[in-house]
Ligand binder design. Structure first.
Ligand code: NAD
Length: 241
């Protein structure tokens, strides 16, 4: 069997190293290891995987488009302009863009939607995420995806990022979102549904980056040969309706 050939942007980082660490056992060749200051040269890679920083998005998309290479983006924290660059690329090449590549978190996404529909408007919605002290963006991309799911179900735009001071009573329509940072926490996400006399909490805890790395390589295998378009992990896992 021919090995999948990967060009990896962010190769020296935590996620880059996690992908390099499992490449051999997943029958993948990392043929280009690219990091800060390097030219994004794709050689004859089948897929370009990006786990670097949001500011790399335009260069990553340009390089992938120029060589018609499929793209897997795990980086989070993009601005509207950087997201636009990804959407433009997806008109020319297949792109998997996912805030979280773990199967467990994608189950959390599905369960969150289901719970929000079952519990209805009487339950207050809050999201809490915890990550290691070195994480640069907040809230996490995963927390933002959870918020988008809840916003869709509740039909509200309103997000409350943390609380401080005499802010008055909680508004019924708001969705609270809170980022905790410390130590070496790989990534915890909890969605709280708080009602009167009862509370439901859905929690996912990642204990190893390997789970994201394996999901990203699964996405890389899946994306080859797909039509141009913007896909996410639900597509890769066959969960999208
Ligand atoms: P990190 O800081 O350990 O590594 C990032 C690496 O990218 C560093 O080596 C840095 O030098 C390099 N880099 C930064 N800007 C670059 C550029 N312009 N060009 C090339 N290389 C560049 O971070 P990390 O923990 O590995 O996370 C990387 C990204 O992946 C973050 O945005 C994080 O939120 C995200 N992430 C996503 C998932 C997921 O499942 N989607 C999981 C974990 C982390």
């Amino acid at each position: 069997m021919t090995k999948l050939r990967i060009a990896l942007v962010g190769a020296a980082g935590r996620m880059g190293q996690a992908i390099i660490g499992i490449a051999e056992s997943e029958s993948v060749d990392i043929i280009a290891r690219i990091d800060l200051g390097d030219k994004i040269a794709l050689a004859d890679a089948d897929v370009l995987i990006d786990f670097s920083s949001a500011s790399a998005a335009e260069a990553v998309c340009d390089a992938a488009m120029k060589s018609s290479t499929a793209l897997v983006i795990g980086t989070t924290g993009h601005s509207a302009k950087e997201k636009q660059a990804i959407e433009t690329a997806a008109q020319k090449i297949p792109v998997v863009f996912a805030s979280n590549f773990s199967v467990g978190v994608n189950a959390l996404f599905a369960l969150t939607e289901q719970a929000a529909k079952i519990l209805g408007d009487d339950f207050d919605l809050e999201i809490v995420e915890i990550h290691h002290r070195l994480k640069k963006d907040a809230p996490s991309g995963t927390a933002k995806t959870l918020a988008e799911i809840l916003q869709r179900v509740r039909n509200t735009e309103k997000l409350r990022h943390g609380r401080e001071g005499m802010i008055g009573e909680r508004e019924k329509s708001e969705i609270g979102i809170h980022s905790v940072r410390g130590g070496d926490v790989v990534g915890d996400h909890t969605v709280i549904f708080a009602g009167l006399g009862e509370r439901v909490e859905l929690t996912h805890r990642a204990s190893s980056r390997e789970t994201f790395a394996r999901g990203a390589l699964r996405a890389a295998q899946w994306v080859i040969g797909k039509s141009p378009g913007l896909y996410d992990m639900r597509d890769v896992l066959g969960l999208s309706s």
